[in-house]
Design a protein around this ligand. Sequence first.
Ligand code: SAM
Ligand code: SF4
Length: 334
Amino acid sequence: MLSSGVMRLMKDSFGRTIDYLRVSITDRCNLRCIYCMPPEGVDWMPHDDVIRFEEIIRICRIMAVMGIRNIKVTGGEPLARRGAADLVRGVKALPGIEKVTMTTNGVLLGEYLDALIDAGLDAVNISLDSMDEDNFNRITRKENPGQILFAINRARDLGLPIKINCVPLRGVNEGDITKLAGLAKNSNIAVRFIELMPLGTAVALRPVPADEVMALLEGEYGSLSPSAAKLGNGPAVYYTLPGFEGHIGFISALSHGFCESCNRLRLTAAGFLKPCLSGDMGLDLRSLLRSGVSDKGIEKAIAELVSRKPAHHSFGGTQDRPDHSQKEMFRIGG
Ligand code: SAM
Ligand code: SF4
């Protein structure tokens, strides 16, 4: 237990250490990215069904005792939920929690940056699929990238570690990849290319494989060299480019499976704890909490779920039913 000074480790039945929890705090979003949401949006969850901040804090407290060290606040768009910075502060204050980070589309980041840094946010991941106004609009169906680029610059100037996430899409933003990677040239920023995962609206789109992205980058900037840098808690593999201050990362769930080293659990905005991004398996923590179960009872249920964490994701397998309400990315949180 933490109180006795001994940090507990949480292991699944394959010996993987589980120390990372992604928490989706809302299913709502101010963008409609073509690989994530339909153009008309979706029916947002009723207010009472969304996990409350005090419930999230309780879950994180219990899980910190069990071995969770790092928390990622995500969504939907986390900054679309009022009080997101207060949640960051509350989670950061929990004994055992080392890092609290956030994944955001960046639209509201400029507005909340000072509050987030003051609350103790350790780093930010910002999704940006194009710096070209037309293409950005084509992908997000809203806004323009100007305010996101402003927020990136400000976050950098304030010393907040930044990762940029781009999902390369065939026939959509292939032409924007080298320019996006250029953000890592003169700044210590990691630009990561995430392979499209076949969930929800993404099934109608085609990814650009990582090998092709690499070839594009090498054609523009020279050879990619593997980097030993450990940047964060995730499955990204990092490289450097000649003369680049920052890094280039690749997250390739399908073509270069990352399950062997999976260290994470996901809490959806409905309070459903998922041991794997794919599949229906999970634990309805919201109902458990609201039914008055003790911390010990919740810990037991989480431990039982972790013992059933699958060895591999099942994208394309029989577990994937496209109509399952906890399966869209904006509900799971990426
Ligand atoms: N709204 C925030 C954002 O966009 O960063 C946080 C939530 S979003 C669901 C988290 C991450 O999931 C984003 O980087 C987004 O690009 C990624 N994502 C969404 N749908 C995806 C898909 N089908 N395949 C791969 N990545 C996806
Ligand atoms: Fe919103 Fe993020 Fe999904 Fe885009 S990827 S629609 S920003 S939740």
